[in-house]
Design a protein around this ligand. Structure first.
Ligand code: OSB
Ligand code: MG
Length: 369
């Protein structure tokens, strides 16, 4: 497989409702799509960086020069034996996993199409025919609004509820939710809003028998999470901290977490995501598929990833309509009444791109060859 052209697109899509985390609100998404071409066949990837360098160091504007000037030249025109070759070709670049990952996943999609099979098969997935879905609920203006939102998501069939927390919007919100919904699968995501100085406060979360608390401490601090986990009953799940299989290995070894959230972009694509998955499986650490408010292409890639065997917990992959009035793929990603998304049999990521809509939301395009 030889990539003869790479096409970058910057698309802009308003969210149906703003999404609030401990690091801020997102009203509208600015995303970079990567199209890779070989012998007239296209593979597609979505870069999962946010609009600001607040989740990690990457953001929409950092993606373009990184892919154009550093990733694309390392891949264009090279004879690739497999999509596995992309990760090592890009590993000379420090960090910037989301930019690297956006290109890497596009090559996997291309490879699946060249092999005329679904992406989930290409990556060795298909352990289940439908993936269990949870939702991530942003910080709501009021507790009453939060309860209402949870009720709606449960009525739609979602199997677990994740709520975002931050200092001042944690214990009381959780207490209200537990009072109203004592039996649901519930977890909280802090996006690094606390420090070890908050240990006594965080221990109060044990009262709510959560499935896990996600990334309570600094984005780059595995050691502090190990200290915290020793003092808390609630399982710690790491998100931001785990950028490679080696990080996962170190975190598990140190007892910094009992569960890992895998995100394709955060680890640089499918090859490393699979390595994290395999390592966790051997260590008996369950994983689940995280989300970054993806549009259809990224969402469909997540569905494929979540079909690997150790994705045993419901993840953050949910229906397109929770975020978008109109998605770039047809059909949009939909959930069943059981709170699952069914794998599709189409080639590549399994959905069609709405080229007319895509064109209407593209604000910049560049062809690299
Ligand atoms: O930490 O999981 C996170 C969204 C943006 C940035 C970080 C996170 C999230 C989510 C949303 O929780 C998950 C989704 O895409 O539904
Ligand atoms: Mg998270």
């Amino acid at each position: 497989m030889k990539i003869d052209e790479i096409r970058l697109r910057h698309i802009k899509m308003p969210l149906v409702h703003y999404f609030e985390t401990s690091f801020g609100r997102t009203y509208s998404r600015d995303m970079v799509l990567v199209e890779v071409m070989s012998e007239g066949v296209s593979g597609w990837g979505e870069v999962t960086a946010g609009e600001n360098p607040f989740y990690n160091e990457e953001w929409t504007a950092s993606i373009w020069p990184l892919v154009r000037d550093y990733c694309a030249p390392r891949v264009l025109g090279k004879e690739l034996a497999s999509a596995e070759d992309v990760y090592p070709l890009l590993s000379h670049i420090r960090g910037h996993f989301m930019a690297r990952g956006g290109l890497e996943v596009a090559v996997w999609d291309l490879q699946a199409r060249l092999h005329n099979q679904p992406l989930w098969k290409e990556i060795g997935g298909g352990a289940r025919t439908e993936i269990p879905c949870g939702v991530s609920i942003g910080i709501q203006d009021t507790v009453a609004g939060l309860l209402k939102k949870i009720e709606t998501e449960l009525a739609d069939g979602y199997q677990r509820i994740k709520m975002k927390i931050k200092p001042g919007r944690d214990v009381e919100d959780l207490r209200a939710v537990r009072k109203e919904f004592p039996g649901i699968k519930l977890m909280a995501d802090a996006n690094s809003a606390y420090t070890l100085a908050d240990t006594e406060h965080l221990r109060k979360l044990d009262e709510f028998y959560l499935m896990m608390v996600e990334q309570p401490l600094a984005h780059d601090d595995i050691i502090d999470h190990a200290t915290l986990q020793r003092k808390m009953q609630t399982p710690v799940c790491l998100d931001e901290c785990i950028r490679s299989a080696h990080h996962a290995e170190q975190a598990i070894e140190m007892g910094a977490c009992k569960i890992i959230n895998i995100k394709l972009g955060r680890v640089g694509g499918f090859a490393e995501a699979k390595r994290v998955h395999d390592l966790c499986e051997k260590a008996n650490v369950p994983v689940w598929c995280g989300g970054m408010l993806e549009a259809g292409i990224g969402r469909a890639h997540n569905v494929a990833l979540a079909s690997l065997p150790n994705f045993t917990l419901p993840g953050d992959v949910s229906a397109s309509k929770r975020y978008w009035k109109q998605d770039v793929i047809v059909p949009a990603v939909e959930t069943t009444a059981r709170g699952t998304i069914e794998l599709r049999d189409g080639v590549g990521f399994g959905y069609d791109i709405d080229k007319v809509f895509l064109k209407s939301i593209t604000i910049r395009e560049e062809i690299l060859n």
